[in-house]
Design a protein. Structure first.
Length: 278
């Protein structure tokens, strides 16, 4: 059973994740409006069947460096969007960092797990506040807590660093979940039009983990710098059991390997340095 949605507005629709959502909405025939910072003031008051907010700040360090600015980007902006636009359904793209410090323990980061504000990171705390705004103000709201992504237009994260010869910021044995942004877009749009889904929160991520060391092995000529062994070791694993009841999720390893192969094919005229692809 599906809801009859015809118009879609995507906040942050020119960004890495947002552009995939715009492409999928247009592929499905939605009258799709893209609103970024430059278009925001002129778009205030716009009505739409579906609003997808992909406009949140993704720079985690900013929450500790400049908490006032990050609050404005992650919380105040959501409050404004809920009042500035008239949406039948409101989809908010949040972060798995809401579950901090339990991001490595799927048995403790399911959607119904309790959140301890005192233990949250500044970034996760702000995302949690934004989620509460959506729950309070959106008539029909869906929240997706996202893990890592690969896909067209990738411009940052450790996969990007390995491919472009940038130094890692974490230990090579750090492991994460990744999903292609095109798959994210299909799942989000599927659930947004599902009339049986009301005011739900979903964790969304690829199935299983992949380590950066394993990814480096898929990049010809990539050698890991011994200095990186002293960097922080991270593990991010999100509980996706709830979402899997509604949609299959592809394995992380398959998504990343396919992306790496596609990236290498596209950049085949570029050499490989000792730190990755150059």
């Amino acid at each position: 059973m599906t809801a009859n949605l015809k118009s879609c507005l995507v906040l942050g629709g020119k960004g890495f994740v947002g552009s995939a959502l715009v492409a999928e909405a247009r592929r499905r025939g939605y009258r799709t409006t893209v609103v970024d910072q430059a278009e925001y003031a002129g778009a205030v008051g716009t009505a739409c069947d579906l609003l997808i907010n992909a406009n949140g700040n993704s720079k985690k360090f900013l929450a500790a460096k400049d908490p006032k600015l990050e609050f404005d980007l992650s919380v105040r902006s959501v409050a404004h969007s809920l009042q500035d636009f008239k949406a039948g359904r409101y989809v908010f793209l949040s972060s798995m960092d809401v579950c901090y410090p339990h991001v490595c323990r799927p048995e403790e980061n399911a959607e119904d797990s309790s959140l301890d504000v005192a233990q949250q990171s500044p970034y996760g705390f702000h995302k949690a506040l934004a989620e509460q705004l959506v729950r309070f103000y959106a008539r029909e709201g869906l929240i997706f807590r996202m893990a890592g992504f690969v896909g067209q237009g990738l411009w940052k994260n450790s996969i990007h660093d390995l491919l472009t010869g940038q130094p890692l910021r974490v230990h090579p044995d750090s492991s994460y979940q990744y999903l292609d942004t095109a798959v994210l877009a299909r799942i989000v749009l599927d659930l947004a039009v599902n009339a049986e889904v009301h005011n739900e929160t979903f964790n969304i991520a690829g199935e299983g983990l992949v380590s950066l060391r394993e990814v480096a092995g898929w990049i010809p000529g990539c050698q890991l710098d011994p200095a990186w062994e002293s960097l922080p070791l991270e593990r991010y694993e999100l509980n996706t059991a709830k979402l899997r009841r509604w949609s299959p999720l592809p394995p992380t390893r398959d998504a990343v390997r396919a992306f790496v192969q596609a990236w290498l094919a596209e950049h085949s005229d570029r050499g490989i340095s000792s730190r990755g692809a150059q």
